[in-house]
Design a protein around this ligand. Structure first.
Ligand SMILES: Cc1ncc(COP(=O)(O)O)c(C=O)c1O
Length: 382
């Protein structure tokens, strides 16, 4: 029997796969994995059907369809006020996860350290390890899951190459402030670091706040790979398509990796996205209000529950603090409630090297109002 010495000995089946499988097995309401249970805009689905019927079925250019990259450059100018060259600074990729992997592969060498802020999305550390780097885990502050700049500074060494950030933040729903971005800019300039900025939930920001993108801080923009996902913005997570924005020299290196990992993203999907954005350029700007209404419905329906709730500032995730109910560890409680109550969520401890002290579970509110109300009714009975 041939065996391999694992390059990722600590990686097993992801928590998303496990909890979604358990939810299906138990017939539970699935508020675990982050995907909408409603359809993507009709115009977008029709555009995909049209794209395949009209013959957009062969390889796209490696960097992505020019028509889509032009739409994206226009969007970035309108929503973030930044000018981006679609030819040299935008690369369409098969999902933000692939974009992040390519950015890390292009930047990190053996022994380089990369600072990640825990809890963090589960693809970061394996990408760093596969590049031969070392993930240096720094916890976010436990109260509001915001960056603790003192601890981040203390973690920087002469080997630090990159810092990975994620705003709006999965799994906690926190967001970076202008002050956080200023701090980050000072830090990376002082230590000559690169930034891998995961902004896949850029449009899902609430209560009048604005998304802070690395593209809007000149000192950050020069050193950053900024990652976006059409899956999140257009409710098509299964289309696995995203894009990366980076200055020309960084983009050139990212593309060298991308062309041998995937080479291209799916052509008709790119064509459909380009057509849809041309027809409905304001669609992404309506998302914040749409998801804020869902967040508020969910929280209001839980007002008589025993959970402590701080409304999420961004993403489509809401943390519920269960410390007044039980001291059971989050991963156990999550499985117990999926089986016994029929509501599946996600524990946040698998996203951290050191288990966080806060007793919270993550619930996805990208679901129909009926499903959210049904889940809340069950959760109120605890
Ligand atoms: C923070 C974060 N980054 C990246 C991704 C992956 O995006 P994509 O499906 O485009 O690879 C997700 C998906 O859940 C996410 O939550």
């Amino acid at each position: 029997m041939v065996t391999l010495q694992s390059k990722l000995p600590n990686v097993g089946t992801t928590i998303f796969t496990r909890m979604s499988a358990m939810a299906a097995e138990c017939g539970a309401i699935n508020l675990s994995q982050g995907f909408p249970d409603f359809e993507a805009p009709l115009g977008l689905r029709e555009a995909l059907a049209r794209a395949t019927m009209e013959g957009h079925n062969q390889y796209a250019p490696m960097a992505g369809l020019p028509a889509l990259r032009e739409q994206l450059a226009h969007q970035l100018q309108v929503t973030r006020g930044v000018r981006v060259n679609p030819d040299t600074e935008i690369t369409v990729v098969p999902g933000a996860t692939e974009g992040i992997y390519c950015a890390v592969m292009a930047s990190v060498r053996s022994g380089d350290e990369v600072v990640v802020l825990d809890p963090c999305y589960d693809s970061y550390a394996p990408s760093i390890e596969l590049a031969g780097g070392v993930a240096v885990h720094v916890p976010l502050s436990e109260d509001g899951f915001t960056p603790d700049w003192q601890r981040i500074r203390a973690a920087i060494t002469s080997r630090t190459r990159m810092i990975m950030i994620n705003t709006p933040h999965n799994p906690t729903g926190s967001t970076f402030t202008v002050q956080d971005m200023d701090e980050l800019e000072r830090l990376v300039e002082e230590h000559d670091l690169l930034v891998c900025s995961d902004e896949v939930y850029e449009h899902l920001v609430y209560d009048g706040k604005r998304h802070c993108s690395v593209l809007q801080w000149e000192g950050l923009r020069q050193r950053s790979f900024a990652h976006y996902s059409f899956g999140k913005t257009f409710s098509v997570t299964g289309w696995k398509t995203g894009y990366c924005v980076a200055p020309p020299a960084l983009t050139a290196e990212l593309r060298k990796v991308h062309q041998f990992v995937a080479f291209v993203a799916v052509t008709p999907v790119q064509q459909a996205l380009a057509d849809f954005l041309a027809a409905e350029p304001n669609y992404p700007q309506g998302l914040g209000a749409f998801y804020q209404a869902k967040r508020d419905l969910f929280i209001y329906a839980l007002r008589d529950s025993r959970f402590a709730i701080t409304p999420s500032s961004g993403t489509y995730f809401q943390l519920l603090d269960y410390s007044a109910i039980t001291s059971t560890p989050d991963h156990q409680l999550c499985e117990q409630w999926t089986r016994e109550l029929g509501v599946a969520s996600i524990p946040i401890s698998p996203f951290s090297q050191e288990p966080p002290e806060r007793q919270v579970l993550r619930f996805c509110f990208a679901k129909s109002d009926e499903v959210l109300l049904q889940a809340a009714e069950i959760l109120c009975k605890i």
